[in-house]
Design a binder for this molecule. Structure first.
Ligand code: TYM
Length: 353
């Protein structure tokens, strides 16, 4: 067991509309974790300039993600809500991690390969170094738990690799300065400065798939808007997208195992289960053997009743951008206090005067 105080950190990029995948895979979990943990939730604006430098309205997108956090039920008084660029120590620690991480580690990241495409030489250096900034986001607060969707798993493994290499490379200095925290690494009990963060990737919706292709992830960047349900969609749009969602011709299976090899059915059942907060077996017990023509309207009703209150509240919050900026400024100040304390120790460990 780690002896670091439990702390949750997670981030969302301010690029494109938030969709059902972001909501079920991440934001809803952020909300739930507030009951049991101290949490920091961050709109990671520095990450969003890695794939595309110029955005039409980056500041507006940052406010809009903040509004979504608040509308979903994140309490910015009890926890910390801020945007990344307000706390310059993210970039500072990322630089040090650029010197800890190896180029080979970065080259292996599937998200880098996907985003860079065939012309890797032409991708920004920031896109390659992205995971090192992500590790800095988390470790600046020495966060122990990170709720994310399945697509971030590899980045979190890399975060652990960076923490572990830093702890090893500087072990003598960490010990000499008395900055080590006892923790378990495999069979061994060691002292480290950074925790080995645990990803929290659980439940039936860790990877929500496209409504148009059950083998592709639901994504902000898919050119077809019919592939995703946006947090800002109204009831008619949600119902229409679910009605038009791709399915196979068979009725729903009678068992959960029967979903194997039927990606679209599996995805819709997973979405239903997550929205209803029920196990998939429960959903199959109710809808097994029934045709999609019966299942889809029930799913649409459920999606509308879960998302409509969030999108209504989001619009209300977005109508007062000055208030959103106040929330971010206050959150930024609180985050920065922790960040400065970490950087003071990191600098002492590395030997930066
Ligand atoms: P981003 O902005 O792409 O997505 C935000 C969160 O939504 C999850 N997600 C999904 N979950 C289930 N099904 C999907 N189809 C789906 N699509 C997205 C993501 O896994 C994520 O949890 N690199 C991160 C942002 C980040 C971060 C961090 C996260 C930067 N620093 C530190 C955690 C900790 C990203 O691009 O997420």
């Amino acid at each position: 067991m780690s002896e670091f105080a439990p702390r949750v950190f997670s981030g969302v990029q301010p690029t494109g509309n938030l969709h059902l995948g972001n909501y079920l895979g991440a934001i809803r979990k952020f909300v739930a974790l507030q009951e049991s943990h101290d949490c920091l939730y961050c709109v990671v604006d520095l990450h969003s300039i890695t794939a595309q430098l110029v955005h039409e309205d980056l500041a507006g997108q940052t406010r809009s993600i903040t509004a979504a956090f608040l509308a979903a039920g994140i309490d910015a008084d009890k926890h910390i809500v801020f945007n990344q660029s307000r706390v310059p120590e993210h970039a500072e620690l990322a630089w040090i991690f650029n010197c800890v991480a190896r180029i080979g580690w970065m080259n292996r990241m599937t998200q880098f390969k996907d985003k860079a495409g065939k012309d890797r030489e032409n991708a920004s250096l920031g896109l390659l170094a992205y995971p090192s900034l992500m590790a800095a986001d988390i470790l600046l607060y020495r966060a122990t738990h990170v709720p994310v969707g399945d697509d971030q798993k590899q980045h979190l493994e890399l975060t652990r690799d960076i923490a572990q290499k830093f702890n090893n490379d500087f072990s003598a200095k960490i010990a000499a300065l008395g900055l080590g925290v006892p923790m378990q690494v495999g069979e061994e009990r060691v002292d480290g400065f950074f925790p080995l963060t645990e990803p929290l990737i659980e439940g039936p919706a860790t990877r929500v798939m496209s409504l148009k292709d059950g083998t592709k992830k639901m994504s902000k960047s898919d050119p077809s808007d019919l592939s995703r349900i946006n947090l800002t969609d109204d009831a008619d749009q949600i119902a229409r997208k679910i009605r038009k969602a791709k399915t196979d011709p068979n009725p729903l299976p009678e068992t959960v195992e029967g979903l194997k090899g039927r990606p679209e059915a599996e995805n819709l059942v997973g979405i239903f289960a997550a929205l209803a907060d029920r196990p998939r077996a429960d959903v199959i017990a109710e809808y097994g053997g029934k045709p999609f023509s019966e299942f889809k309207p029930a799913l649409a009703d459920l999606a509308v009743s879960a998302l409509a209150p969030v999108s209504t509240e989001m619009r209300r919050i977005e109508s007062d951008p000055a208030e959103i900026d106040r929330v971010l400024a206050k959150g930024g100040e609180r985050a920065r206090e922790i960040a400065l304390a970490t950087m003071k120790d990191v600098k002492a460990i590395v030997g930066l005067l």
